[in-house]
Design a protein. Structure first.
Length: 248
């Protein structure tokens, strides 16, 4: 039986709160926190996906009710991402390789969280649908491999290329993460899912954080400072994962 350390409740709540403000599920943050516990990495990755499903699902509903969701942008991304997230989730790597790949992904996420600044309002121009489908496929495949929903890749891609306004990007990311997390979760063994669900107190805390964070995010509350603080947590986890992956 996996023991939940008290500090982990606060960490999961903070991650769910901060990430849901910007339309993310928080898988990279949960993985960073779980890297400091005795919970096996396979169980931790599955638990992060379970949390992603709940947190991103709640965020999608809240941002959708605020009329930020654009289905015309969402469906090409989902068309490409969902099957490739499933394929990525089926791939098996040696633990050492998986730790180093995950470290690279978390390092990227940390850079986005720490260095990104709010996009200025202005005209946005979505790309042709083939580019959206291809982008979704690439992000979905990588997300499935490392066990994240893909929002850490999708959001900066869309904002930097001015494919949509920030609040619309947040709503799209939540839908993207929700679908990809379900696809990635379905590719994992049932025993891992059952063991992850035994950590239901953590999942409950994540749900509470998502309710608060998504409500604040949908009503234009800035979460830049919190995102940078979470980025520092990711950097600490990166150092630990690199040390483990290199056998130092």
């Amino acid at each position: 039986m996996n023991v939940i350390e008290p500090w982990l409740y606060f960490g999961v709540f903070a991650v769910a709160l901060g990430y849901s403000m910007v339309g993310h599920g928080g898988a990279s943050g949960y993985l960073a926190l779980l890297a400091f516990t005795a919970i096996p990495s396979a169980v931790g990755a599955t638990t992060a996906l379970v949390l992603n499903v709940f947190v991103a699902g709640i965020t999608l509903v809240v941002f959708g009710r605020a009329k930020h969701f654009d289905w015309n942008l969402a469906w090409p991304l989902l068309l490409g991402s969902v099957p490739f997230a499933f394929l990525g989730g089926r791939l098996k790597f040696e633990n050492q390789v998986q730790d180093l790949v995950l470290a690279a992904v978390l390092l990227y996420a940390a850079g986005v969280l720490i260095l990104s600044v709010p996009a200025k309002d202005g005209e946005s121009q979505p790309p042709v649908r083939s580019i959206l489908v291809g982008s979704g496929a690439g992000i979905g495949f990588l997300s499935g491999i490392v066990g994240v929903g893909g929002g850490i890749f999708l959001s900066p891609l869309m904002i930097l290329n001015r494919w949509a306004q920030p609040h619309k990007v947040a709503a799209l990311s939540a839908g993207f993460i929700f679908a990809n997390s379900l696809a990635g979760l379905s590719a994992r063994p049932f025993d891992l899912l059952r063991e992850s669900l035994s950590l239901w107190p953590l999942i409950t805390v994540g749900i509470l954080g998502a309710v608060g964070g998504s409500f604040l995010g949908a009503h234009r509350v800035s979460s830049l400072a919190l995102r940078r603080a979470l980025g520092i947590v990711l950097l600490l986890a990166v150092a630990k994962l690199i040390q483990k992956g290199l056998g130092l």
